[in-house]
Design a protein around this ligand. Sequence first.
Ligand SMILES: Nc1nc2c(ncn2[C@@H]2O[C@H](COP(=O)(O)OP(=O)(O)OP(=O)(O)O)[C@@H](O)[C@H]2O)c(=O)[nH]1
Ligand SMILES: [Mg+2]
Length: 698
Amino acid sequence: MAEQIKITKNRIVPLDRIRNIGIIAHVNAGKTTTTERILFETGRTYKLGSVDEGTTVTDWMEQERERGITIVSAAVTTFWKDYRINIIDTPGHIDFTAEVERSLRVLDGAVMVFDGRIGVEAQSETVWHQAGKYFVPRICVFNKLNLVGADFENAVDSVHERLGANSSPIQIPLGISHDLRGAIDLVKMKAYTYEGEKDKELKEIEIPQEFKKTAEDYRARLMERIAEVDEKILKKFLNDEKVTEEELKQAIRKAVIANEFFPIMGGDSRAVSVQLILDAIIDYLPSPIDLSPVKGANPKTEKKEERVVEKEAPCSALLFKIQTDPYVGKLFYLRVYSGTIKAGTFVYNSTQAKRERIGRLLLMHANKREGIEEAFAGEIVAAIGLKESATGDTFCQENQPIIFESITFPDPVISLAIEPKTKMDQEKLSAALNKFGQEDPTFKTKVDRETGQTIISGMGELHLEILVDRMKREFGVSVNVGQPQVAYRETIGKTATAEGKYIHQTGGRGQYGHCWLRIESKKRGSGFEFKSEIRGAAIPANFIPAIEKGVVEAMAKGVIAGYPLIDMKVVVYDGSYHDVDSSDLAFKIAGSIALQAAVKKASPTLLEPIMKLEVNTPEEFLGQVIGDLSSKRAQILGTETRGKLKIISALIPLEAARGYATILRSLTRGRGSFYMEPSHYQEVPKNIQEAIIAKKSG
Ligand SMILES: Nc1nc2c(ncn2[C@@H]2O[C@H](COP(=O)(O)OP(=O)(O)OP(=O)(O)O)[C@@H](O)[C@H]2O)c(=O)[nH]1
Ligand SMILES: [Mg+2]
């Protein structure tokens, strides 16, 4: 049974005492470790868990515990000094980027964790910009400063250099590596120390003599950076007037919330010093009201509208995640922005213009939950009982509709053919695929027209491997798995028009669907657009959605090699109908026929995923590594030196980068490492294209 717990006896706190925080970072930086220690320090867990032993609260899935990585983001609630802190621990692996994206969409602030031995890494940059897209205020934490090779100075510089962020430490470590024993707070100008990882107490002391000069220098730098963005501090700074602790704190807070300043701190995430992170979250990251009012658009008037973040306002919420749960069915995660949502009542899904009943409401704490009657502005809760709502939908009061900006997810880049081992597995497989499709917007599935095989696609090999593993464990499905394939796309090169006719009139009621389509190429990454330019009565308006459906279905199937068509605009501009014989079905088929015909005339072409690649290698192997990349259709963007390593940035087709881990290992005798993530889609060179199409058509 799912454990029932009392998460929050005193969950209702004033809005300015709520923090909705995400922990985000490069893979393996220490997010889960930090979260676990936070739960320990705040008394939510009595025994400190460890990623390495598979005993943390937030990595609760079997696969997470076995592999020591985070796969799904987990929300936990905790209390610190009368503040309620809701934390979402996110995965770092790029294959699970959807989890980060949706978390960032609904969080008010983030703690960005970096490895203090390396500084800002390639993926840190990606996550940083992802957070920037949603304007999420961030605190930078460098952890693992207790380990050999930790270098705080270098880490601080890397934030400036690689992220271009206005940043400065608000705390510096007291000692480094084996000698790390606390931190110095540059706002209070006090030191905080502890003995070792087992120590439960953080003691405030005067700054030790040998650290005074460094602390003063760093404080001067902090003042300078804050003066750049705060007039009041600037004035005092120029006049050499004293700035009080409270004034500085308020100025930092204001600048952080405005995304104008990013405070840096650091330490050991496995020590009592994470209390300092908790204090920083309270002091510098926004509460829901700091971000009030929230903005959206009225679906009827399309005018911009706002909602004040308070309990009494008209309700509004965003559905950011759906998760199937073995005990209660589907959990729909909502961020409530304004007003109050009550269990057992109807809310309006303004994105789909449908009413939905909220059966129950739950507060989540990793995989534990507690039933509640009402959810208030500022909260993140899970609802049960919704039927048709999808990730990214807005809920609101029906007579005061608003739609918030939805969430966009990247396209899958890699696919895998799977085959159920027995007939019984087939049925269970459908259930599993259905569930994964709903939970995970970066997971897609389809049946290959020629082979009849089921093709699943996702963000990377690890992503698909985990899903196949979950099929086995959660659904008891055994499947044969093929080799991973690159997920190509199709698009068109020019405008074309074509006719689609589906007309059968042989006694009784016939079929009559007829339309003319014009298709136009769109900018890469801009997606699909459908428009009707039908004037007069060529086709009655009620059949237009059926044509669109036919178009969408045909696009999903592809035309030249069976890969989905993307980045195009489809306009229906003419056609005809029959009073009796016309139906949705006939127009849908006509739409599909017209689309296929038009694409054939529009210079169709294949697109392939291009990956952003960063390789770290000792200098002695630089030549070989670059040589190898050049032979793989890679485009070298540049090389730089970081410490003893050379860093190569490149763009490389995913197809050419397969098996790169093995290749790099042999090229660099195991001393090189790399990071890769999807960048964009690009046209496949014609000669390769022909080979792919030939292979596809047998
Ligand atoms: N000594 C030390 N080890 C740490 C610290 N933070 C994390 N670790 C170790 O680093 C490894 C990765 O830590 P995680 O907390 O799983 O990292 P993560 O960022 O959650 O990883 P993903 O969620 O998979 O991206 C584990 O072996 C931790 O024990 C730290 O501050 N000090
Ligand atoms: Mg983790």
